[in-house]
Ligand binder design. Structure first.
Ligand code: ADP
Ligand code: MG
Length: 703
């Protein structure tokens, strides 16, 4: 598609002056394409009305003849020019006033043109909101359009676009420009191949653009929206699939595992794998036996047992003679994985190390040496693992836990010697398929959709300030019986300092006034990692009975003896996040409880929290979250790389997204470079949902 960035040209094409062009530029509207893609935020539908039937406050369209037209300078405000019409139909008369606020409207030339355009007797359609003033019925700032008799008769109903405006930019101005811009789309090539358009029943782009702005009726508006929303999904999927393709341009390490170690591991495991675990393990292993690098995401609810699945993948890699990096978003989690995996793998003679920001320089140097020599097989750590100073001997597999926390852009750059390691990402926040495709469309996805047997549902109760004491009594009872409890305080990112104060105050209050007889611990994000470790270790070995914590514990903390969780200000969390938090209890054999305290009066909040009482299914809760609060909330406060769609809606357009995915797969399947369709490539780079990886220069795996 052509991109008319030449400003003068742009002005000329739209027939606007320099001042208006400058105003439009504030909204980024400096090319024809940008204008066309500046979609209305809303539409007003007007009823065609006789003047005698027009009522104050209504939006109407009136067809009539001009009886009078005049342009006047405003004496009080030198910048202001008033343009007035008087319009008559068979039933009555109405006046219209347009307020112009620029010296341009003082120009003689413009006035001559206007008087010519609106000479008495001219047939016009006037649209706007009816007002009553001392002179009778009037419409201020109307949309006024000269029409033929046939047009006037045909216009029984009309839909007018409403745009997002800014200072000095009127809806009228954008309307005018968009109309002019649409006139220039004639002869444009639709970048979407015709075969795909007809297969997915899409109207052509030029029509879609014309109708999204000026829909002749609601049906054509829907078709236009459908096509343009399809495009939003489609180009994103194209980019994602192209990235997947380019990633696979470099070989990975195909596994040659004898499965001897694996079998030993299985024998020592204190439980049998669930069917889902077995299936996902099979998917992973068969991926890793290929020459192409694996790029797989395991989605599994909290407690579904992802760690053991990852352990198997690591073991198979190590058995084949390669190294593994396991990355986690927090040090707490790194520490825990390190401990758990050590107990599993060290007996099998595998050397494991932990590397985080707080590893001592000496230790770090030693680890790096062993890593480079290949003596070390498995390195667990946080982002520290992706630093340039970390060199592996033969890195065969990278496992990322709680992947969404890294964000798409931050995905690692760990490929070495022209070989791309297998990549296994795991997330405990099940997300609906629309979000998964949008965020992780470049990955293969495995679902761990079965919990290990014998899990008791966590009894969840919604409490208010008035019933808070019930919660404290329950906590005391559980602690008396040898269990432990979490008390979670929300973290509002806007003011970390205040939160910190709130957490510390609450901690003091609880330990002094509410639970003076029990050891109460505190954990928050501002503590040093050594402090955090101590706090967690004390909770882990039952020294502290009650842990007051901000949401640091959300990710992966595993203390099976904990049986109660109290969450303050529950309404501030999304369902997915609450579910994630709740997953910290019910990890052992004890009956467990989750108490949600909320004083929110909002019915929405109450409805949402009620869902927590009835459902334990993370996938379901995520769907509900998506429906009730929108995609951003499902992923937590951080949007985590979700693109901004102008028209497409991830909570409603599931079918459309699947079609766009299918279309993108078809195109990539035919020609992964997309060179066969230059317009498609051009349009894709215009949209640039993220940096595109060149298909010819596959350097690092994740751009
Ligand atoms: P998550 O998927 O949340 O990371 P974990 O891997 O931490 O879950 O597993 C949760 C708990 O369930 C751990 O204590 C783990 O040892 C245990 N577990 C995992 N798989 C099974 C299984 N098949 N049977 C019984 N317990 C299991
Ligand atoms: Mg986990």
């Amino acid at each position: 598609m052509n991109n008319f960035s030449n400003n003068l040209n742009f002005q000329k094409m739209l027939d606007i002056n320099h001042s208006d062009a400058k105003k439009l530029a504030q909204l980024g509207l400096n090319t024809i394409v940008n204008l066309l893609y500046y979609f209305p935020k809303d539409y007003l539908s007007f009823r065609r009305t006789r003047i005698s039937e027009a009522r104050t406050g209504e939006y109407v369209t009136i067809a009539g003849k001009i009886v009078n037209h005049g342009i006047f300078d405003c004496r009080k405000k030198p910048e202001l020019t008033l343009q007035k019409w008087s319009v008559r139909d068979k039933t009555g008369k109405i006046s219209c006033t347009q307020f112009h606020n620029h010296s341009y409207y003082r120009s003689h030339k413009w006035r001559v043109e206007q008087y010519e355009l609106y000479s008495p007797g001219t047939l016009v359609l006037v649209t706007g909101k009816v007002k009553q003033d001392s002179y009778g019925l009037t419409i201020n700032n109307p949309t006024i359009k000269v029409v033929s008799l046939a047009d006037a008769k045909a216009s029984t109903n009309s839909i007018t676009p409403i745009y997002r405006l800014t200072k000095g930019v009127t809806n009228e101005l954008i309307l005018h420009c968009t109309e002019a811009a649409i006139a220039h789309t004639q002869g444009w090539l639709d970048p979407l191949p015709k075969k795909l358009r007809s297969r997915f029943k899409l109207i052509d782009l030029a029509t879609a653009l014309a109708h999204i702005h000026f829909p002749p009726n609601s049906d054509s508006l829907e078709k236009a929206r459908h096509r343009l929303a399809f495009d939003e999904f489609f180009y994103l999927q194209l980019g994602l699939l192209q990235r997947r393709y380019s990633l696979q341009q470099q070989p990975g390490y195909p596994l040659i595992a004898t499965r001897k170690l694996l079998n030993q591991f299985y024998q020592k495991l204190p439980f049998t794998l669930t069917q889902a675990q077995q299936r996902v393990i099979d998917e992973i292993l068969s991926d890793m036996e290929q020459l192409l690098p694996m790029n797989r995401l395991v989605q599994g609810d909290v407690g579904a047992g992802k760690t053991v699945v990852a352990a198997v993948a690591m073991l198979a890699t190590i058995e084949s003679g390669y190294q593994v990096a396991l990355m986690t978003p927090t040090e707490v989690l790194a520490q825990q994985h390190f401990e758990k995996i050590s107990t599993w793998l060290e007996p099998l003679g595998i050397s494991i190390a932990l590397l985080t920001g707080s590893t001592s320089t000496l230790k770090r140097r030693c680890i790096l040496q062993e890593l480079e020599s290949g003596k070390l097989s498995l390195l667990v750590g946080t982002h520290a693992l992706i630093q340039d100073t970390v060199h592996f001997n033969q890195l065969g597999l990278v496992v990322i836990d709680e992947q969404h926390r890294f964000g798409v852009e931050q995905r690692i750059k760990l490929s070495q010697k022209g070989i791309t390691p297998h990549l296994l990402t795991m997330t405990a926040t099940p997300i609906p398929r629309t979000l998964a495709l949008t965020l992780h469309g470049d990955l293969d996805i495995s679902l761990l959709d079965e919990l290990p047997p014998g899990r008791q549902p966590i009894e969840t109760k919604l409490l208010t300030e008035r019933t808070r004491n019930k919660a404290y009594r329950l906590i005391a009872r559980e602690v008396e019986q040898g269990r432990q409890a979490y008390i979670i305080l929300p973290l509002v990112e806007a003011s970390e300092k205040l939160d910190l104060k709130a957490a510390i105050d609450e901690y003091q209050h609880l330990s002094e006034n509410v639970f003076p007889n029990y050891q109460v611990g505190l954990l928050h994000g501002r503590m040093s990692s050594a402090q955090k470790e101590t706090a967690l270790a004390r909770f882990h070995n039952h020294q502290t009975k009650i842990l007051v914590s901000t949401t640091v514990v959300e990710v992966g903390v595993d203390v099976p003896n904990a049986s109660v969780m109290l969450i303050e200000h529950a309404e501030r969390f999304g369902l997915s996040q609450l579910h994630q938090l709740r997953g910290r209890v019910g990890r052992g054999t004890h009956k467990s409880y989750c108490l949600l305290v909320s004083n929110s009066k909002s019915e929405d909040a109450k409805t949402r929290l009620k869902v927590m009482e009835t459902s334990q299914d993370g996938f379901f809760l995520a769907e509900m979250d998506l429906r009730l609060r929108g995609p951003g909330q499902v992923l937590g406060t951080k949007q985590a790389g979700l693109p901004n769609f102008a028209l497409a809606d991830l909570s409603k357009d599931q079918v459309l997204l699947e079609q766009a995915r299918e279309a993108a797969l078809l195109a990539i399947g035919k020609d992964p470079t997309l060179k066969r369709w230059p317009e498609l490539l051009q349009e894709m780079s215009r949209r640039q949902p993220f940096e595109q990886v060149s298909s010819e220069l596959p350097t690092l795996p994740y751009g």
